[in-house]
Write a protein that binds this ligand. Structure first.
Ligand code: NAP
Length: 496
């Protein structure tokens, strides 16, 4: 059970403690932040509202701890990460329990998130020992005008303190996707978990605590992003920011100083369906891509662009599958569960009402109870409707009928977002041409967009992000190249 047994040390009365200097602490603010259960809409947990002084302390100790961590042999860093991964998997039940209660993620998916996170940490440890164990050796005589008098040795060095800010929808997985690469590369970590998902994140951090990482190397600062976010992101002690979330990331990018940024932001992933597509495959992927975790995924299918000639057939198939989706509480493993907050539900409703006013075709009746919104497919959506462009982050999916592939590509590229997209066709040549024309970080051919497997590069263009994630890319991003040049008095040619 969350908060009990060995987890009891992370709880003070009914408020979860924050983690700094290798210890579980109560904030001197005397204030807490409530976490509302999206299903019951009552307070489920409370976390400490950390102060600026507590952030300063975490930054200071992260800086000190990083110096000795960077001198810890790579294989030892990997060993500790493997240990943390094993503990994380062992403790999947209490962590998943928090995900169910804090973010209403279906029970099975919650367990999957924790197990996937353990796998990510292990993979990262393995990848790190390989790619950080190698450097480059360059010689000067390849550049015009030079003799072979300079030998250049390159290696990858840590950046220092990495600030990690994940979003509510994968508070464990998107936290470890930042923590593990940072640590294997010799950095320290200050984690600011999302408020919804903070308790799952604290239980995850406890697994790293049990693994025995040095004190101060990992901190977890809780509090509302709107209150301590700016202080954290503009803190002079931060050497790198890895953020996943919505438009907040654009504001952070404008405020952050001279530090490398990894930004994974929103998306409006388009699903382009050609006339020759396997419509059963498309319908199955629209359901999986559009409605998993009630559409609250950055890579959810967020607009279907289907050729008019096959639109009726596709919409019928999707409608039949929507009718089979179960709707209800996450504890019962329903397909559609309450969205994360009342404001999120209100936002989704605003998009639905706008589409209704502008006469989109409702394939189901719109239904909402509290934060629970029944799955809804909106057909005949036009570009003048908000849902054609905005990210609902809920179980509502617009279908736009197109008369040419160019029209579909144009709609995809006119979006401010450019995270992923997908194409369904049996013609690989057409698929390649369309993929090249789509301005998105990734295009999936004959499958719904997806972030995983976690070692694949993952990136967005335009307002969808800066840089690239995926295990290897994140390790590289959290390092800097350092070179040492040996200058010889005379040219030296090997075996020459
Ligand atoms: P969000 O509102 O942007 O919040 C993300 C994180 O930022 C949370 O930890 C939040 O903390 C924190 N935060 C809020 N204000 C801040 C500030 N001023 N400074 C620093 N941090 C601040 O996003 P969300 O609602 O959690 O997640 C949904 C969004 O994330 C969607 O747009 C989705 O597409 C995107 N997303 C993108 C990816 C990707 O990889 N591209 C993956 C998943 C989700 P609090 O919770 O305390 O406010």
């Amino acid at each position: 059970m969350a908060g009990t047994g060995q987890y009891a040390e992370i709880l003070d009365g009914d408020v979860y403690k924050y983690y700094s200097e290798g210890e579980w602490k109560k904030s001197s603010s005397g204030k807490s932040v409530a976490i509302i259960n999206p299903t019951t809409r009552t307070t489920q947990y409370k976390v400490q509202a950390c102060t600026q002084a507590e952030v300063n302390k975490a930054m200071e100790t992260a800086k000190t701890a990083q110096k000795s961590w960077a001198k810890t042999p790579l294989w030892k860093r990997a060993e500790l990460l493997h240990k943390a991964a094993a503990i994380l998997k062992e403790h999947k039940a209490p962590i998943a329990e928090c995900l169910v209660k804090e973010i209403a993620k279906p029970a099975k998916d919650s367990v999957t998130e924790v197990v996937r996170s353990g796998d990510l940490v292990s993979y990262c440890a393995e990848e790190g020992v390989r790619i950080l164990g190698e450097g480059k050796f360059l010689v000067s005589d390849s550049f015009p005008g030079n003799e072979r008098t300079k030998y250049c040795l390159t290696s990858k060095i840590p950046l220092g303190v990495v600030l990690a800010i994940p979003p509510f929808n994968y508070p464990v997985n998107l936290a470890v996707s930042k923590i593990a690469p940072a640590l294997i590369a010799g950095n320290s970590i200050v984690l600011k978990p999302p408020t919804q998902g903070a308790v799952a994140a604290l239980h995850m951090v406890h697994c790293f605590h049990l693994a025995g990482f040095p004190k101060g190397l990992i901190s977890c600062i809780t509090g509302k992003g709107s209150e301590i976010g700016d202080f954290l992101t503009m803190h002079p002690g931060v050497n790198c920011i890895s953020f996943t979330g919505g438009d907040t990331g654009i504001a952070i990018s404008k405020k952050a100083g001279m530090v490398p940024l990894q930004m994974e932001l929103g998306g409006k992933d388009a699903c382009i369906v050609l006339e020759d597509a396997d419509l059963d495959l498309v319908a199955a992927n629209i359901i999986k891509g559009g409605f998993s975790y009630s559409g609250q995924r950055c890579t959810a299918v967020k607009v279907v662009l289907v050729m008019e000639s096959v639109a009726d057939a596709l919409v019928d198939k999707v409608k039949a599958k929507v009718a089979k989706l179960t709707v209800g509480p996450p504890e019962k493993d329903c397909d559609i569960t309450p969205v994360v907050s009342e404001s999120s539900a209100n936002y989704i409703e605003g998009l639905v009402k706008d589409a209704e006013q502008k006469e989109a075709t409702f394939c189901q009746e719109y239904r909402r109870e509290g934060n629970l919104i029944w799955p809804l497919l909106l057909d005949n959506v036009r570009p003048d409707m908000r849902i054609a462009w905005e990210e609902p982050f809920g179980p509502v999916l617009p279908v736009i009928r197109i008369s040419s592939v160019e029209e579909g590509i144009h709609h995809c590229n006119a979006s401010n977002f450019g995270l992923q997209g997908c194409i369904f066709t049996r013609d690989i040549n057409k698929a390649m041409l369309i993929s090249d024309a789509m301005e998105t970080g990734t295009v999936q051919i004959n499958s719904a967009p997806a972030r995983g497997p976690d070692h694949f590069p993952f990136q967005g263009i335009k307002d969808s992000g800066i840089g690239s994630q995926g295990i290897t890319n994140s390790i590289n991003m959290m390092t800097k190249v350092k070179t040492t040049v040996i200058n010889l008095p005379v040219p030296s040619y090997t075996m020459g």
